[in-house]
Design a protein around this ligand. Structure first.
Ligand code: TXA
Ligand code: MG
Length: 336
């Protein structure tokens, strides 16, 4: 297993040697390597088992550092950067040639962000290159929000995970790009669309589709637990008829006709009847979207590791971070 430590000196040494390591960010943990070293970048894809057509985000410590790697031709970049960086925002900007093709999958733009985590900012200041870092999960699985999550899944393949505690945001960054005068949200995430619009006006939000996997975070099935996750409408039969509980959803597709004791539930504020309480996890009993985002992946993972057979879940109100959370839930419930 990997060493879990706060030793940034060791992290610097390993990264300078071209190794990949786990790093904390406020959103989710990343699997990081020298973005300017093609071998290190190739190792990231290999460790994650990620297809190379899915480009990586590069991480820097300051907006001044951006200028080494991207062209900034638009004032909206500075407006957003000043307001929200460091923070859960990634910008798609025209790349400079110093960024290897492998990082961007050959695209002309590179995704860039400044993570808001003291340990990782300290690390980035000690490096003379940016870090390419996708979320530190095997491709398609739930993103990790603690060092232990990373160790559990990728610990055999890396030597170090920097321990920054639990991620405070809990879902990935919001990805924003520009097309002429249009501001486009390519992936909903930890910075709400309302916040972005308050800074730069109306944005266009791209909904995910399986037909265009090159677009950011757009693969239809993603963030998924191994167990079948089923979206239910609270207030449907599940709340009323204990005998039929195993038939909620599309029984033919699920193939599950069973015992309520083996059903798990991830809800927003309220428990539902007929499923044992110990199998139910509430994202935020007080209805706080930030708390819900922080708990989402950890709870999916927690139930995935119990002996429930299937997991029911439900959507949150479609506003604020609820939009990004619902996006993750919808994708986790689609099986490819
Ligand atoms: O919060 C985050 O963004 C985390 C932490 C570790 O920083 N990182 C993360 O990386 O979520 P990853 O690789 O799991 O997701 C990055 C997404 C992918 O869906 C990828 O397709 C998209 O960003 N992306 C990266 N570069 C792109 C580009 N040049 N054009 C379009 N999409 C891009
Ligand atoms: Mg990811």
């Amino acid at each position: 297993m990997a060493l879990i430590s706060t030793d940034t000196e060791l992290a610097v040494k390993l990264l300078n040697d071209g190794e990949v390591i786990g790093i904390p960010t406020e959103t989710v943990y990343g699997l990081a390597g020298n973005a300017l070293n093609t071998d290190a970048v190739a190792s990231i894809f290999e460790v994650k088992n990620r297809p190379t057509f899915d480009p990586l985000i590069i991480h820097t410590h300051s907006i001044e550092q951006f200028e080494n790697y991207v062209e900034i031709t638009d004032d909206r970049v500075y407006t957003l950067a000043e307001k929200f960086m460091p923070g859960p925002l990634t910008l798609l900007l025209p790349r400079k040639t110093i960024i290897p093709d492998l990082v961007t999958s050959g695209l002309d733009t590179v995704a860039i962000r400044i993570p808001q985590h003291p340990l990782t900012l300290k690390l980035l200041r000690q490096l003379d290159f940016p870090l390419a870092a996708p979320s530190a999960n095997p491709f398609g699985y739930i993103s990790p929000t603690s060092a232990q999550h990373v160790n559990h899944q990728l610990g055999e393949q890396i030597n170090l995970i920097l321990d920054g505690g639990e991620c405070q945001v809990g879902i990935e960054s919001t990805i924003v790009g520009f097309d002429g005068s249009e501001t486009i949200v390519y992936r909903k995430g930890g910075l709400s669309i309302e916040d972005i619009e308050s800074a730069v006006g109306k944005v266009k939000v791209i909904e995910h589709s399986s037909s265009n996997p090159l677009a950011p975070g757009m693969l239809k099935s993603h963030y998924a637990p191994r167990k079948t996750l089923i979206l239910i409408d609270i207030g449907s039969e599940i709340a009323q008829d204990a005998n039929r509980i195993g038939y909620i959803g599309d029984a033919n597709r699920i193939g599950y006709i069973g015992d309520a004791n083996r059903i798990g539930y991830i809800g927003f504020q309220n428990y539902i009847p007929n499923i044992p309480k110990e199998n139910q996890l509430l994202l935020s009993p007080t209805g706080d979207f930030k708390e819900a985002a922080k708990n989402l992946f950890a709870y999916m993972r927690q139930l995935d590791n119990t002996d429930v057979d299937i997991i029911y879940t439900t959507l949150l109100p479609e506003k604020d971070l609820g939009r990004a959370i619902n996006d993750r839930i919808r994708r986790a419930t689609v099986k490819a």
